[in-house]
Every structure is written in structure tokens, then in C-alpha cells.
Design a protein around this ligand. Structure first.
Ligand SMILES: NC(=O)c1ccc[n+]([C@@H]2O[C@H](COP(=O)([O-])OP(=O)(O)OC[C@H]3O[C@@H](n4cnc5c(N)ncnc54)[C@H](O)[C@@H]3O)[C@@H](O)[C@H]2O)c1
Length: 296
């Protein structure tokens, strides 16, 4: 077990070139070295863009197949040849891949990460058991495959935890700031953790687990100065939702009381930025959802 005192003692040797601690808001972003899982798309991409535009250095950790999408993100942010935005081929469920992504931050930015944002995730839609009445009076039943359930937990829960634990170890090597803080983890749950709909049994179970991790992980990591927060988004306009038919979109929007529209990924990114800036936020889940409560 790594104790706070051990982390302190190794700090000066490992991070002698690290920036001094600061409470200045702009400097806070300039001192931010982030890993963002699932960062080529949707909420993760908006967060990468927001952070880089405010002066942070970011490693986007996403599947190898997303390299072209990363290049598009890179040009949309307009960083040119600057090293501030890097890509690391990463499956979040692999220890080797995540260690590799954290090494990219260390190598390219000369510092360990002090922010980990977990946005990698999948959202399958299947019922526990569905029984359909056929025209001839017979019935067809379809059972939720166990493999789909475990795959969802593997990526959304174990993958999130994998990034958290390995990032926390890197953060523990940094010098503490004036609050004794070395880093921040922001996980992404969903309103489905609370109001899961029909067909969301695996997804809701996985997001409930992310909510459940928040407080104990914040307690576990308090001694090393790492905060843990979770955002539970409502309905956001990302590729995860963009594939749905227009009528479904219109119906979904009607569910959002105020403002009555889908969330903009920039609003998620801005909340991550606010959490970075507010050191007293820890061990809590914030719903970001326009007051939506999903019906069955
Ligand atoms: N969009 C929404 O309305 C919404 C609402 C609530 C919660 N969320 C959650 O927010 C997170 C981001 O959602 P999004 O809408 O931006 O989704 P998205 O599909 O746009 O992005 C998800 C990213 O995760 C990556 N990914 C998937 N499996 C991975 C793996 N094993 N290793 C590494 N990367 C992997 C994908 O390549 C993709 O880039 C997800 O956890 C999702 O469940 C989204």
C-alpha cells in the first residue's frame, strides 16, 4: 500500500521539473496533464478540446480503430504540430494499454497525469427476457446473452476502474499542491444508474457500479491527495444517440424539462473544467441532465 508519506518522499526525485502549485484558474489548466479515455468521440472529445483550448496537455486513450477520428479531432482543435494533444491506442480493459497511455503523457509532457477522465463506454440495449407473441399463436423468447452483460461490465466498470487505479498511482508520484492534492479522477456514469429504462439492464448495472465506486474510491485515495468525482449525464447529442431515428430524438427531447433539448457535449466538458477548478468537490456524483427523470 502506498502511504501519503511515501508519495511525498519520492516526489522531489521523480517530479523535479513539475510546475509549482497554484490557485490561479488559467494556470490550473496550464498545469493540467490529462488522460481521457474514449476521448476521440462525443463527451470525451469535447472534454479534450475544452482542456487543450484552455492550455492543458492531453493524452486521448481510445481504441486503435479510432486513429482517423483522432486526426479529425486534432485538426478541429487546431493544435497544428504542437505536442499538447497525443493519441494512445488503448483498450481500457488492458493493463498494458493503459500503462502505455500513461507513459505517453510522461514521455511527451515530462510529467505524470494529474487528471483522468473516463469517457470510454458502450451502451447495449437488450431486455433480460423478451417474449414475443407470433401471428400463429406461438411465442418466441429471447434471453439476454450473459456474454453481452459481462462485456458491458468489463468495459464500463472494469475499464473505468483500470484507468482510475493506474492513473492514481501515477498521480501519487506528483508533488502535492497547497491543498495536499495531487490529482483528480472524473468518471462518467449516467442517469440510467438511477432510472434505467427497459432494455438497459446491463448498461444501468454498469453505471450504478460507477456511481457506487465514487465514495469508496475517494476515501481510498484521500491519503494520496487524489479526488474522485462522477458525472451522471442525461441525454447528450453524441454519436451514442445520433444513430437514433429523428422521431426518437424528438420524443427524447420532450422528456427533458428545462432546458428542453439534448445536452451539448461542451456542457459536459465545462463541468469537468469546473470540477478541476474547485478543489472542495470530492466523493460525489453530479447529475447533468436538465432535470430529466427517465420513464420506464
Ligand atoms: N451520450 C449520452 O447521452 C450519454 C448519457 C449518459 C452517459 N453517457 C456516457 O458517457 C460516456 C461517453 O459517451 P459518448 O456519448 O461520448 O459515447 P461515444 O460512443 O461517442 O464515445 C465512446 C468512446 O469510447 C470508446 N471506447 C469504447 N470501448 C472502448 C474500450 N474498450 N477502450 C477504449 N475506448 C473505448 C469508443 O471508441 C468511443 O470513442 C459513456 O460512458 C456513456 O455511457 C453518455
Amino acid at each position: 500500500m502506498l502511504l501519503a508519506s511515501q508519495a511525498h518522499s519520492s516526489c522531489s526525485q521523480l517530479q523535479s521539473n513539475q510546475q509549482p502549485p497554484t490557485t490561479d484558474m488559467n494556470m490550473m489548466f496550464q498545469n493540467t496533464v490529462a488522460i481521457i479515455s474514449g476521448g476521440v468521440s462525443g463527451l470525451g472529445a469535447a472534454t479534450a478540446s475544452h482542456l487543450v483550448k484552455h492550455g492543458a496537455r492531453v493524452v486521448v486513450a481510445d481504441l486503435p480503430s479510432s486513429i482517423e477520428q483522432f486526426e479529425r479531432l486534432r485538426s478541429s482543435i487546431g493544435v497544428g504540430d504542437e505536442k499538447v494533444l497525443q493519441f494512445a491506442e488503448t483498450d481500457v480493459t488492458s493493463e498494458e494499454d493503459v500503462v502505455g497511455a500513461l507513459n505517453v503523457a510522461e514521455r511527451e509532457f515530462g510529467e505524470q497525469v494529474n487528471l483522468a477522465v473516463n469517457c470510454a463506454g458502450i451502451a447495449p440495449a437488450k431486455k433480460t427476457l423478451s417474449i414475443k407473441q407470433n401471428d400463429d399463436g406461438s411465442t418466441t423468447s429471447r434471453l439476454h446473452p450473459l456474454s453481452d452483460f459481462t462485456k458491458t461490465l468489463e468495459i464500463n466498470v472494469a475499464g473505468t476502474f483500470n484507468i482510475c487505479r493506474l492513473s492514481a498511482e501515477r498521480m501519487s508520484r506528483r508533488c502535492p499542491d497547497e491543498n495536499g492534492l495531487r490529482g483528480l479522477i472524473v468518471n462518467t456514469a449516467s442517469v440510467a444508474a438511477y432510472d434505467g429504462q427497459v432494455g438497459q439492464v446491463a448498461y444501468s448495472a454498469s453505471k450504478g457500479a460507477v456511481v457506487g465506486m465514487t465514495l469508496p474510491m475517494a476515501r481510498d485515495l484521500a491519503g494520496v491527495g487524489v479526488r474522485v468525482m462522477t458525472i451522471a449525464p442525461g441525454l447528450f447529442m453524441t454519436p451514442m444517440l445520433a444513430g437514433l431515428p429523428e422521431k426518437v430524438h424528438r420524443d427524447l427531447v420532450k422528456l427533458v424539462p428545462c432546458p428542453s433539448r439534448l445536452g451539448d457535449p461542451v456542457e459536459y466538458a465545462t463541468l469537468v473544467g469546473s470540477i478541476v477548478q474547485n478543489p472542495y468537490l470530492n466523493g460525489e456524483v453530479i447529475r447533468l441532465d436538465g432535470a430529466i427523470r427517465m420513464p420506464p
